[in-house]
Design a protein around this ligand. Structure first.
Ligand code: NAD
Length: 541
């Protein structure tokens, strides 16, 4: 509707459902899970108006039951990728000229579909394909994705409202044009919401997208594409291809119309992407925007005044929820000597009640890690700690991949604050603790700052106000999301905009105005209502 101004609805964070025994939502998600578990779904490529099921396909195996096949996803070839990019570019004109209120309406409708009729489906797909417990799935696939889709509409409207001043007989306007080419979204396995948001946020701002989800998130990616279709997103705005990441990426990055990369994943892959863009720079019409949120080595620092119970709960929730496979997962912890035996005792008590198993058994706090490579990598770190004199396993250290990729919650204690597992991202349920002399807490902050290449999240736990002020100053660049008396994970869209710097990414804060600004290229339009008709200025007289 061109002749009116659109009022943004009152948009709030999606309420998290509890899934308690006998609740309707619990019955519904169990039923959906069981149905989907026994289907054999075929996931297509989404290219323009076509949904293509290719002959070459790869099985989808739930990580908690890796011999089971629940479906397969299509493997694209190079002509599919080229055609997906062409379809995106063909949609460019129509989508760019779609009024922003209509674009907003499509994504609001998508949010309502996920919050309502698709909720159990997107949760079940995430539980099956990515091995999330119902709670981890609910806060990600349902609530976080709904929040991204809704709250980004507020941020979009705030951006559009930001206009230059007008002085005299002149009108100045900023038109927030979408980027001129296409945006390439590459997404990780660990958050369904990130998969949806990395393409939807740029598309909301009027861009057309090539989306490459992770091979280990294809099931929930399909649900997202179904939702977008039902919400009325024109085909070709978001084109989804799955298959060899290098093949897809090389074609996308050699296309002169590449205008942006929206990436979340590991640091090494992001650095490769950045280098390839650098090597291809002469090919592009634009300087591509590069947005990447990458790895972390997130810390919990315990001040001597801290409450031990708060510390151990932050370690258990922050380190082991979703098997430690959150970029924000706590994985290195610093504890003062005076508190160590109490905290170790609490940790043993709390962790002894944790059980691992299939996400369909609701009593489990943890399930399996994502795939064989990840399992092997995590096991290697555990074995390294078992065999090094600078480390000992305080809790856990067991693993078993006979049915699923199960690794028990593991706590390593090291005598070396720069031990390998204090520095490297493990991306599994392994937390390493270093015990420091109480009087050294200030010097320890320098060690925290300089131990790892990452700077994503960190927590400082203390009952002493002065120490909090000190830590905020001395850990200024150690984390993009800094938590006081809380675990370092669990950011909520609109409340804690998320991202880190150093090797953790470009810190463009997903779920905020700062991120959306990367997907526009503003045009200033000045109109003079009283243009001069002679060149001399008054001073010349
Ligand atoms: P990954 O880097 O293995 O994969 C991410 C995406 O890149 C996938 O789509 C994958 O297929 C693709 N990819 C892999 N190799 C590629 C290559 N050579 N060229 C082009 N694309 C390639 O990451 P993952 O295992 O899916 O996710 C875990 C990682 O993501 C962790 O490092 C984690 O910290 C990070 N992560 C960061 C954030 C954040 O906000 N900072 C959020 C979630 C995950």
């Amino acid at each position: 509707m061109a002749n009116s101004t659109f009022q943004i609805p009152d948009l709030k964070n999606e309420e998290i459902k509890d899934y308690i025994k006998n609740s309707n939502e619990r019955k519904e998600v169990i039923e959906t899970y069981n149905t989907m578990y026994n289907e054999n779904i075929k996931i297509p490529l989404y290219i323009g108006k076509e949904e293509i099921i290719t002959e070459e396909r790869r099985d989808i195996n739930p990580p908690h039951d890796h011999n089971k096949i629940v479906g397969s996803y299509s493997i694209c070839n190079s002509s599919h990728v080229k055609s997906a990019i062409n379809c995106a570019l063909e949609m460019k004109d129509e989508w760019t000229n779609t009024p922003w209120e209509d674009r907003a309406a499509i994504f609001l409708k998508a949010a309502e579909l996920i919050a309502g009729p698709y909720r159990s489906k997107i949760n079940a797909a995430t539980m099956i394909g990515q091995s999330k417990t119902i709670f981890q799935s609910e806060i990600d696939a349902a609530c976080e994705l709904v929040d991204f889709l809704k709250l980004n509409i507020i941020y979009m409207s705030e951006i559009y409202k930001e206009q230059p001043i007008n002085v005299g007989d002149v009108s100045n306007k900023l038109e927030y044009r979408p980027l001129e080419g296409f945006v390439y979204a590459i997404t990780p396995f660990n958050f369904t919401a990130i998969g949806g948001n990395l393409c939807a946020s740029a598309a909301l701002m009027g861009n057309v997208i090539l989306w490459k989800p992770s091979d280990h998130q294809t099931y929930s990616a399909k649900v997202i594409m179904d939702v977008f279709k039902e919400a009325g997103l024109p085909k070709g705005v978001i084109n989804m291809v799955t298959g060899d990441p290098v093949l897809i990426t090389d074609i996308a990055l050699k296309n002169p119309n590449l205008s942006g990369i929206h990436f979340t994943g590991s640091t090494d892959v992001f650095k490769q992407l950045w280098s390839k863009v650098g090597s291809n720079i002469k090919l592009y019409k634009d300087y591509p925007r590069i947005v990447g949120e990458t790895g972390g080595k997130d810390f919990i620092f315990t001040h001597p005044s801290a409450n031990s119970r708060i510390v151990s709960t932050a370690i258990v929730r922050g380190g082991f929820e979703y098997q430690g496979q959150k970029c924000s997962a706590a994985s290195r912890v610093y504890i003062p000597k005076s508190k160590s035996s109490e905290i170790f005792k609490n940790l043993k008590e709390q962790i002894s009640s944790i059980t691992l198993g299939s996400p369909i058994d609701f009593e489990h706090f943890m399930t399996a890690v994502i795939h064989k490579n990840s399992y092997d990598k995590i096991v290697n770190y555990i074995e390294l700690a078992k065999n090094d004199k600078e480390a000992e396993i305080l809790i856990g250290g067991d693993y078993d991949d006979s049915k699923g990729y199960f690794i028990s919650p593991t706590i390593i204690v090291t005598s070396n604050p720069k031990f390998t597992t204090m520095q490297e991202e493990i991306f599994g349920p392994v937390v390493t603790i270093y015990v420091y002399p109480d009087n050294d807490w200030k010097q320890m902050l320098t060690v925290v700052d300089q131990t790892s290449i990452y700077a994503l999240t960190g927590a400082f736990i203390s009952e002493d106000r002065k120490s909090i002020e000190y830590a905020l100053r001395h850990l200024r660049y150690s984390a993009g999301n800094f938590y006081i008396n809380d675990k370092p994970s669990g950011a909520v869209v609109g409340q804690q905009p998320f991202g880190g710097s150093r090797a953790s990414g470009t810190n463009d804060k997903a779920g905020s105005k700062l991120n959306l600004l990367r997907w526009v290229s503003p045009r200033l339009i000045k109109e003079n209502f009283n243009p001069p008709t002679e060149y001399p200025y008054p001073y010349m007289g």
